[in-house]
Design a protein around this ligand. Structure first.
Ligand code: GLU
Length: 462
């Protein structure tokens, strides 16, 4: 099968050791948008080989957060259920002499590293373990040392101690052509002394077995890619395509962490931010496209292309989310919020007119609850009529037009009030606004008045 015939399969592979944040969402969205643009599949893969730190609670939270954002996995996989596949791959590599046991402790490795530096050699692992005889190994094991296992990188011709420049090239779908030299790195440890797997081998085995065609992830993984491509080849597979996007940092330039909850997707959801505000910022920040409120995933798909990501880290400012959210809410059509308005108790007959009247004044959709209370029950702010305005408002209320009320009622009423009172501008409107809503600002009174109705308005007479 040629590259172009291969079905598109991507994966988002978080370890379920915390809540995902907006930076993780960026990776998930890059994958999801890429897959959906090309009719491909999105696999949610839990990298949960670390049984100590992974929990099903975090995994459920990640899945819930993704679905809330609108990222619906086509498949969900768990590495913890696939150990036999990793064991088989490890065995295959051992049999081929490509995975070899090493017995050095951390201190010994550090000492060797310093020695190499002193001798002006690159500080990579010198493959001393390849020189161990069976007796050496047996005596280490008799001492109680368990080996860790390294993958022999293909950076030599016939003698592994005579490494030579071995370039691995890939055309990164975000960053363009990339080159790494396998001779510049240490043979990576794939299996720890306690027999547990580091991330590299399970990830590559899964990417092969799950038919992953494109690996899209943060650029903190660029340096892993050379060894991973070599590992794909050692396991008899073609490496997929790779794309490494820039990472998001806090305004102070620090990396985001799954353990700091402040910018988690769950915490953003709790503040009432819309998923598309999060998606718009998570995808567009740090790209060649301006950050704007994109109303739907379909629209975001239209804009998105992997190459739009810039090469340097992008600072993420949570305040931008507030502005994007306002912009989205102000344009949100009624049918998108009908269910939520019904949940707030907004009656169906008035709901659409109510939404169109108030949306332009909301920071978050939930703020509509306040305005529905104003329409239904009366003034709910903390503004009070000044003493000198009470008589004026009473006089104005006496001039309320007869029903039916509609879009013109406010204009009809206030021009009658203007004539009778001689007031105009702020002096005319503000006392009426305060009497009707209890606030000095808010939605257009022309829109609110027919919703409140004549009876509801008269009930507000001071
Ligand atoms: N579990 C890895 C991580 O979260 C996945 C990296 C990858 O996508 O290859 O960093």
């Amino acid at each position: 099968m040629t590259e172009s015939e291969k079905p598109v399969v991507v994966r988002f592979a978080p370890s379920p050791t915390g809540n995902i944040h907006i930076g993780n969402a960026r990776t998930a969205l890059f994958n999801w948008l890429f897959a959906k643009k090309s009719g491909g599949d999105f696999v949610l893969r839990f990298d949960d080989t670390d049984r100590q730190r992974s929990t099903t609670g975090f995994a459920e939270g990640i899945e819930r957060d993704l679905r809330w954002l609108g990222v619906e996995p086509d498949r969900i996989e768990w590495q913890s259920r696939r150990f036999p596949a990793y064991d088989a791959a490890a065995l295959k590599l051992k049999d081929a002499g490509l995975l070899y046991p090493c017995y050095e402790t951390g201190e010994e490795l550090e000492r060797k590293r310093k020695l190499r530096l002193a001798r002006r050699l690159p500080p990579v692992y010198g493959r001393d373990a390849l020189k161990l005889s069976d007796e050496d190994k047996a005596s280490y094991e008799a001492e109680g040392r368990q080996p860790h296992w390294r993958f022999l990188l293909p950076n030599f011709e016939s003698d592994p101690f005579d490494t030579r420049r071995t370039e691995i090239h890939w055309d990164d779908i975000v960053r363009g052509p990339q080159t790494v030299d396998l001779a510049s790195m240490s043979d990576p440890v794939l299996v720890r002394g306690d027999g547990t797997y580091l991330y590299t081998l399970p990830s590559v085995v899964d990417d092969i077995d799950m038919g992953v065609s494109h690996i899209i992830r943060g650029d903190d993984h660029v340096t892993n890619t050379g060894a991973q491509i070599a590992l794909f080849q050692a396991l008899g597979a073609d490496a997929p395509a790779f794309g490494h996007h820039n990472l998001l940092t806090t305004a102070g330039g620090e990396g985001l962490s799954k353990r700091s909850n402040a910018l988690s997707i769950a915490s953003l959801r709790e503040t009432g931010i819309e998923p598309m505000a999060v998606n718009s910022l998570a995808v567009l920040i740090g790209t060649s496209h301006s950050v704007e409120a994109v109303p739907s995933m379909e629209a975001l798909q239209e804009i998105f292309t992997p190459v739009m990501a810039s090469k340097s880290a992008a600072k993420f400012d949570p305040l931008e989310l507030g502005a994007l959210n306002r912009a989205l809410v102000h344009e949100t059509p009624y049918d998108r919020v009908a269910g939520r308005l019904a949940d707030m108790g907004v009656d169906e007959v008035r709901a659409e007119a109510f939404w169109l009247a108030v949306r332009g004044n909301l920071d978050v959709v939930e703020d509509a609850r306040h305005w529905w209370g104003v329409v239904r029950n009366g003034p709910a702010g903390d503004a009070v009529l000044e003493e000198g305005d009470v008589a004026y408002v009473r006089e104005a209320f006496a001039l309320l037009p007869a029903e039916p009320w509609g879009a013109d009622t406010w204009a009809t009423w206030t021009s009658a009030v203007k004539q009778a009172s001689g007031r105009k501008g702020r002096a005319l409107f503000m006392p009426l606004r305060i009497a009707l809503t209890g606030s000095r600002s808010g939605p257009e009174l022309a829109d609110l008045l027919p919703l409140i109705g004549r009876e509801g308005t008269l009930a507000r007479r001071p």
